[in-house]
Design a protein around this ligand. Structure first.
Ligand code: OAD
Length: 254
């Protein structure tokens, strides 16, 4: 059998993946590419085909809500047709068996939850939540809406009839303070895995450095180099689905 270079490196991670060992995982779009969800960057990335400033900013969606919602409705349809992959399944098993494990995701696709992950910290919100654009007084801040596709675009607020907005964080918007606080707390861990993220978008990209500063053993899982590759304790070059699948049988967090 030919050993992939990373296969020799699994033992130090598997040993650390004990129940109660306080592991934190940060995921990005690369975890969902194996399910057919396009990433944001790279040759197949969404931002190659669409400009973020025309689709994912409050100003853009206010200027042309139909265009903005067309894009979100298309992404909701695409994700609705995808299934969680092996990477989602392994992470879900770990979160279920180890209540000290924290899973922070930048993904808005909901695939971690569909795989059964518990206590997911959704750093950039969710495609499957919506809110009233005008924050009308009768509406909650966000609510779940699984309609696919929306019969009419742009969809309207069920409380006031005004415009709806997707429950995602747009460029130029802040991260929910509770989410930020939970994520900062999760950097106090023994093992921190950064998986399938280009580590370009802050503040999420800063979490791995924070964890390392606080004494965590840090690992990157990604087929490609990123700005954090030189600043983690171990890099495993490969796909999330292959590497997590290989770690799982050795891990004690089962
Ligand atoms: P990106 O598209 O920027 O990066 C995806 C990363 O996944 C890249 O580094 C790829 O090399 C890697 N990758 C691809 N396939 C993989 C696989 N099978 N296994 C593991 N890694 C793989 O996505 P993010 O880093 O998630 O923000 O992007 C961060 C944020 O930028 C997103 O949350 C979004 C975007 O703008 C907002 O919408 C606010």
């Amino acid at each position: 059998m030919t050993l992939m270079p990373w296969e020799r490196e699994l033992a130090p991670i598997a040993e650390r993946l004990r129940v109660g060992a306080r592991t934190t995982v940060l995921t990005g779009a690369g975890v969902s590419t194996g399910s057919g969800v396009p990433p944001f960057r790279g040759d197949e990335g969404l931002w190659r085909r669409y400009r973020p400033e025309t689709l994912a900013t409050p100003a853009a969606c206010q200027r042309d809500p139909g265009l903005g919602w067309d894009w979100y409705d298309w992404r909701r349809q695409l994700v609705a047709g995808c299934e969680p992959n092996r990477a989602h399944a392994v992470l879900a098993a770990w979160t279920r068996h180890d209540p000290t494990m924290r899973l922070i995701t930048q993904n808005v696709d909901g695939l971690h939850e569909r795989a059964g992950s518990e206590r997911v910290i959704r750093f950039h919100g969710s495609l499957w939540e919506v809110g009233c654009w005008d924050r009308c007084p009768s509406s909650p801040a966000r609510w779940s809406d699984l309609t696919v596709p929306f019969p009419v675009l742009p969809p309207t607020c069920r409380y006031c009839g005004g415009l709806l907005r997707p429950g995602v964080v747009w460029f130029g918007e802040g991260i929910d303070p509770t989410v930020l606080a939970d994520s900062e707390a999760a950097t106090a861990c023994e093992l921190f895995l950064t998986i399938g993220t280009s580590a370009l978008v802050y503040p999420a990209a800063g979490l791995v450095a924070r964890a390392r500063e606080r004494g965590a053993f840090t690992v990157e899982i990604n087929p490609d180099e990123t700005p954090v590759s030189d600043h983690v304790d171990l890099v495993l070059r490969g796909t999330a689905e292959a590497i997590l699948d290989a770690i799982e049988p050795h891990s004690a967090a089962r």
